[in-house]
Design a protein around this ligand. Structure first.
Ligand code: TPP
Ligand code: MG
Length: 659
């Protein structure tokens, strides 16, 4: 049911007024986008979007993604107007101020109804692809009665111009994600001015070429907006709805120009806009009729939610569905018996292979995992036996062929996690974390459990040479807050790392895995996951150590060898496996001091940059690493050339001890 036009006009003007007033009060922000898209958003939220403001986390709600995150006042206004508990009018008044959930850009962890953090242009749309994948996959597992919703995206020129857009729509078009609809704020303006300063692309043709349905409408004509949305709903392909809009619509002196994009309109222009819009309410006050009309729009979703709840309570899948959506692992899940098997029969395998072995056990026990790779399936070892592909024809598959789209993959995985019900993992070469780093950062910021399976983690990959050999990557990823970076040394640590990664409900993990085979160093059964402490003593000398060797991944075996050699020289040396610095840093002071005693010579060994290792080795420590690009040669030759041998390291330690 749609309201008569004058009532809708007022509802849209409420968005405009709140947006321009909040930006003015904050003295910063972006009024143009919310004012331009107010009419489209009003039609979408009042007539199409299935949601329940009283139950923002209703599992079968439509997902609304404001990919053009700078227009945050649009979603804050919509949430407030349609009756969500937050943001309150006070929250809107405090837009962009410390403590307000109305941050400069929408943050998923600050407000229910904000499905994902947006602002880095393009990533919202990229995440929406993952949400649409999760929706279809869960539909295949739980049926229409429990999972049957849409993913709506509001995107700007910027979101469509970013390189990520190409990856995201290519994937969505190929997978025929027809429940994904993108409303493009086609206002032909970006910050620098008109879009024709920088582009002459035929965007509609590009979307059509990637198997999207494309339709256009006048974004200020309610009837035309409905027509376009109806057309999109009727088409089985994902849809791009080009909404022709005027940025800053309603601000008579500035609309249609980039002046409205990212700055307060100013008191004078706001007064003129009030006049133009026929809006007489003071800032942060709403006419009763407008409030009531907006509130009424919630009824439809509340009704749908109620019907869904009765289907859920009648479903024999209720408990499993609840578990999946809560993100809980099945009761009693662990890899203990798999690890027992490794202790019983030690194995020398690459940690990428060890990851595949662990995944074999995991994927059997956890129906919620969705694996994938950016075209390196055979190298990343991400596909375990029996896994079938998620395709346009078979939504039950749990493996995604992402193609050579690292950024698209990572953004989609964020979307899957934030949708809920699935745990995504995906692989590429560690060196290409650079291609998706912006999405890894958003996994961390959004507290999203995503597992990155990053293989070929050092010069140990050998012949592919410096373009493929990570040097700065592990350390630079360790700098990202709320991200676990794990570099396991053998088959047992790899299993432990997988279990730890899966247990992190609110943070992502990067697994840095070797191409080359590594001996199993962990050969004794343990009651706990030693890797959970981040760093632990793998080897302790008889007496008090003089030297503490701290190593990760493929260099742990080397540290053990060095310790043995030092012992032959009468020097007591301990070896610490620093499998995850972040987890180690979280341990109590006493544990850390005891694990890496300050009165020993502390030596780090990692086949990557030494930058930052002083944190553990101190001012007088020794850092063995690689502070240059690698080279193309067999791995053993490279380790030898760059000094990663006991022959090279032991004398350095002896000299340091003498100094
Ligand atoms: C990845 C990224 N690059 C740059 C920016 C800074 N930025 C924010 S909005 C914007 C222009 C976006 O233009 P458009 O999407 O057309 O928004 P409109 O001006 O129409 O509101 C830019 C460059 C950003 N947020 N993210
Ligand atoms: Mg624009």
């Amino acid at each position: 049911m749609s309201l008569e036009t004058p009532r809708l006009v007022q509802m849209a003007n409420a968005i405009r007024a709140l947006s321009m007033d909040a930006v003015q009060a904050a003295n910063s922000g972006h009024p143009g986008m919310p004012m331009g898209m107010a009419d489209v958003a009003t039609v979408l939220w009042s007539e199409y979007l299935n949601h329940d403001p009283d139950a923002p986390n209703w599992a079968d709600r439509d997902r609304f993604i404001l990919s053009a995150g700078h227009g945050s006042m649009l979603i804050y206004s919509l949430l407030h107007l349609s009756g969500y508990a937050a943001p309150t009018m006070d929250d809107l008044r405090n837009f962009r101020k410390l403590g307000s959930p109305c941050a400069g850009h929408p943050e998923n962890f600050l407000l229910e109804g904000v499905e994902c953090t947006t602002g880095p242009l393009g990533q919202g749309l990229g995440m929406a692809v993952g949400m649409a994948i999760a929706e279809r996959h869960l539909n295949a597992q739980f049926g229409d009665g429990l999972v049957d919703h849409r993913t709506w995206v509001v995107a700007g020129d910027g979101c469509l111009m970013e390189g990520l857009n190409h990856e995201a729509i290519g994937l969505a078009g190929h997978l025929k994600l027809g429940r994904m609809n993108v409303l493009w704020d086609d206002n032909r303006i970006t910050i620098d001015g008109a879009t024709d300063l920088s582009t002459s692309e035929d965007i509609k043709a590009r979307y059509e070429a990637t198997n999207w349905h494309v339709v256009a409408c006048d974004g200020h004509d309610f009837t035309d907006i409905r027509r376009a949305i109806d057309e999109a709903l009727a088409d089985e392909r994902p849809s791009l709805i080009a909404c022709h809009t005027v940025i800053g619509k309603g601000a008579p002196g500035k609309q249609g120009t980039s002046a409205t994009h990212g700055a307060p309109l100013g008191d004078e222009e706001i007064a003129a806009a009030r006049k133009e819009l026929g809006w007489s309410s003071p800032p942060f006050e709403l006419p009763e009729q407008v409030r009531a009309d907006w509130r009424d729009t919630a009824d439809r979703g509340v009704q749908l939610h109620t019907e869904w709840l009765s289907r859920l309570s009648a479903s024999d899948q209720r408990a499993e569905f609840g578990r999946r959506m809560a993100g809980d692992l099945p009761a009693g899940f662990d890899l203990a018996s798999y690890i027992d098997g490794l202790i019983a029969e030690p194995q020398k395998v690459a940690t990428r292979k060890a990851s595949e072995m662990a995944l074999g056990a995991i994927n059997e026990a956890l129906p919620e995992t969705i694996g994938g790779s950016a075209d390196l399936t055979g190298s990343n070892n991400t596909k375990t036996g029996g896994m079938t592909a998620f395709t346009a024809d078979d939504r039950s598959g749990r493996y995604i062929y992402y193609g050579i789209r690292e950024f698209g993959m990572a953004a989609a995985m964020n979307g899957m996690t934030l949708h809920g019900g699935v745990i995504p993992y995906g692989g590429t070469f560690l060196v290409f974390t650079d291609y998706c780093r912006a999405a890894i950062r958003l996994s961390a910021l959004q507290q999203a459990r995503v597992v990155y399976v990053m293989t070929h983690d050092s010069i140990g990959l050998g012949e592919d040479g410096p373009t493929h050999q990570p040097v700065e990557h592990v350390q630079s990823l360790r700098m990202i807050p709320n991200l676990l970076v794990m570099r396991p040394a053998d088959v047992v640590e790899t299993a432990e790392c997988w279990q730890i990664a899966l247990e992190q409900k609110d943070r992502p993990t990067v697994l840095a895995l070797s191409r080359q085979n590594l001996p199993q160093l962990r050969i004794e059964a343990q009651k706990t996951l030693l890797s959970a402490q981040g760093g632990y003593r793998l080897r302790s000398p008889e007496g008090k150590p003089q030297v503490t060797l701290i190593a990760t991944g493929s260099e742990l075996q080397l540290a053990v060898e060095c310790a043995e050699r030092l012992e032959q020289e009468g020097i007591a040396a301990a070896v610490v496996s620093m499998v995850c610095t972040q987890l180690f840093d979280e341990q109590p002071d006493a544990y850390r001091a005891e694990t890496i005693p300050a009165d020993t010579l502390r030596v780090s060994i990692e086949a990557g940059t030494t930058f930052g290792w002083e944190r553990y080795t101190g001012e007088h420590g020794l850092n063995i690493g690689l502070d240059r690009f690698g080279a193309s040669a067999p791995a053993e030759d490279l380790f030898e050339k760059f000094g990663f041998t006991a022959d090279a390291i032991v004398p350095r330690i002896m000299n340091k001890l003498k100094a």
